[in-house]
Design a protein around this ligand. Structure first.
Ligand SMILES: Cc1ncc(COP(=O)(O)O)c(C=O)c1O
Length: 375
C-alpha cells in the first residue's frame, strides 16, 4: 500500500531510518565499551525493541509496568523499570519479576527500600534494585554528595531482600544544551558524578556491582565512558526535531513522523489547518532555547521528507493544527502533509499503532503497549 491511502492523522515509522539509528547506537555502545540497555518508552513496541537489542545482551529499560509486563510476555527477560517505584506497585513488580530473569526497580528514598523489603519478605524473594542518583537534572534521585546517599546504598547492599544492582543516573539536563559539544560536556558530568560517588561508596566499604547512565543527547555525543557499565538512551530510535536542533542527529535521521490532511485553507492569510492537533503531535513546545520560532514540528514533503521551509506549524488545539507561510498557497482541502514532531516519544504515545514504511510503501503495523498498569 502507498502511504497516501492511509487514514489521517497517522503515525509513520521510517524503517530504513529506524534501523540505521539502531545500528549506529549499537555500534557506538560497542566502541565505547558499554552494554546497551535501550529505553523502549519511545515506541513501546516489541518489534522495535528486538531490532535495538539484536547485537547486545537483550536488556531493556521501560517506564511503566504495562511495558514491563508486555515486554516480559514477549520474551524480554532482563528489564529495568526506570522511574522510582511507587510502593503500591511493588506487589506487581514481584509478580512480573518472578516470570523473567529480572525486573529491576529504582529507589531514592528509605521509605521505598522499606516497602521493597516488606513486599518481598512474605514471598521469600529477593528483588533487584538500583539506587538512583541525581547528576544535575534535579528531578528524581538522591544527591550523591549527601550522607543519605551513602546510607541508602549501604542499606541496599546489606538487605537480605534486595539484590543491589548498582548506581543509576539520567542526565536529562542534556536537553537544555544548544550543541553536540555542550551535550558532550554534560556526558562528562554524568560520568564524573557517578564515578566519584562509586569511589565514595568504596571508601565507605560499599561495593557497587554496576553503573548505568544515559540519555540520547549525552550518549550520542560522548567520547569516553570509562567506569560505566551500561547506557540507556531511548529517543535515538526515532530522534525528532528537538534532538536535531541540539545536535544529536540530522533531520534525515528522524524516523517518526505524522501524516495529516489539510482540512481548511485561507489563502488570503497564508494559513491552512490540518487534522493533526495536540492529540496527534503532543504540545511539546520544542527546542525554543535554540530556535524560538520552532513551532510544533517541522513540515516535510510527504514522499521524500525534504524540509518545507515555506510552511510552519504555528499552533495546535485538540484536533486542529495551524500552518502558516507562503507554502500554504499550494495547499487544498484534502492535500496530505507530513510533520516531524518536536518530541517523538510524546507524539508516538498519541497513537494506538504505527504504520511502518520503507520509502512510501506501507509494509507493516506495530502496536505499542499503552497505559500504566500491567494488570
Ligand atoms: C531514567 C531514564 N533513563 C533513560 C532515559 C532515556 O533518555 P532519552 O529519552 O534522552 O533517550 C530516560 C528518559 O527520560 C530516563 O528517565
Amino acid at each position: 500500500m502507498h502511504l497516501d491511502a492511509l487514514d489521517t492523522p497517522c503515525a509513520l515509522v521510517d524503517l530504513d531510518r529506524f534501523e540505521r539509528n539502531a545500528t549506529r547506537m549499537s555500534d557506538r555502545a560497542h566502541d565505547l565499551g558499554v552494554r546497551l540497555r535501550p529505553h523502549v518508552k519511545t515506541h513501546k513496541c516489541v518489534e522495535a525493541a528486538r531490532i535495538q537489542t539484536r547485537d547486545h545482551f537483550g536488556g531493556i529499560t521501560v517506564s511503566t509496568l504495562s511495558e514491563a509486563r508486555g515486554f516480559a510476555e514477549a520474551g524480554f527477560r532482563d528489564i529495568t523499570y526506570a522511574v522510582p517505584v511507587a510502593p503500591q506497585k511493588l506487589r506487581e513488580v514481584v509478580e512480573i519479576n518472578s516470570r523473567i530473569d529480572r525486573l529491576a526497580v529504582l529507589v531514592d528514598h528509605m521509605a521505598t527500600i522499606t516497602a521493597v523489603e516488606e513486599t518481598a519478605r512474605p514471598f521469600a524473594v529477593v528483588l533487584p534494585v538500583w539506587l538512583k542518583i541525581d547528576c544535575g537534572l534535579h528531578r528524581a534521585g538522591v544527591d550523591p554528595e549527601s550522607e543519605l546517599a551513602i546510607a541508602l546504598a549501604t542499606r541496599l547492599r546489606n538487605s537480605p531482600q534486595i539484590d543491589f544492582r548498582g548506581v543509576l543516573t539520567h542526565a536529562g539536563q542534556s536537553y537544555s544544551v544548544a550543541s553536540r559539544e555542550e551535550a558532550r560536556a554534560v556526558a562528562r558530568v554524568e560520568c564524573a558524578v557517578t564515578r566519584s560517588f562509586v569511589e565514595r561508596l568504596a571508601e565507605a566499604g560499599v561495593a557497587v556491582p554496576e553503573v548505568s547512565i544515559g540519555s540520547t543527547p549525552t550518549i550520542s555525543a560522548a567520547r569516553n565512558l570509562d567506569g560505566i557499565d551500561e547506557v540507556r538512551p531511548g529517543n535515538y530510535a526515532f530522534f525528532d526535531v528537538f534532538q536535531q536542533t541540539i545536535g544529536s542527529c540530522v533531520l534525515a535521521d528522524v524516523a517518526f513522523s505524522v501524516l495529516a490532511t489539510v482540512i481548511s485553507v485561507h489563502a488570503e492569510h497564508q494559513r491552512a489547518v490540518i487534522d493533526a492537533g495536540a492529540l496527534a503531535l503532543s504540545k511539546d513546545p520544542g527546542p525554543t532555547h535554540v530556535d524560538p520560532a520552532c513551532g510544533y514540528g517541522r513540515m516535510v514533503a510527504v514522499e521524500d521528507q525534504h524540509p518545507l521551509p515555506g510552511l510552519r506549524l504555528t499552533s495546535l488545539s485538540q484536533e486542529h493544527g495551524v500552518i502558516e507561510g507562503a507554502g500554504t498557497a499550494a495547499l487544498r482541502p484534502g492535500t496530505l502533509v507530513r510533520i516531524l514532531p518536536n518530541h517523538s516519544c510524546l507524539a508516538a504515545a498519541c497513537f494506538e499503532s504505527y504504520r511502518v514504511v520503507r520509502g512510501t510503501d506501507v509494509i507493516d503495523e506495530w502496536k505499542p503497549f499503552r497505559g500504566w498498569s500491567g494488570c
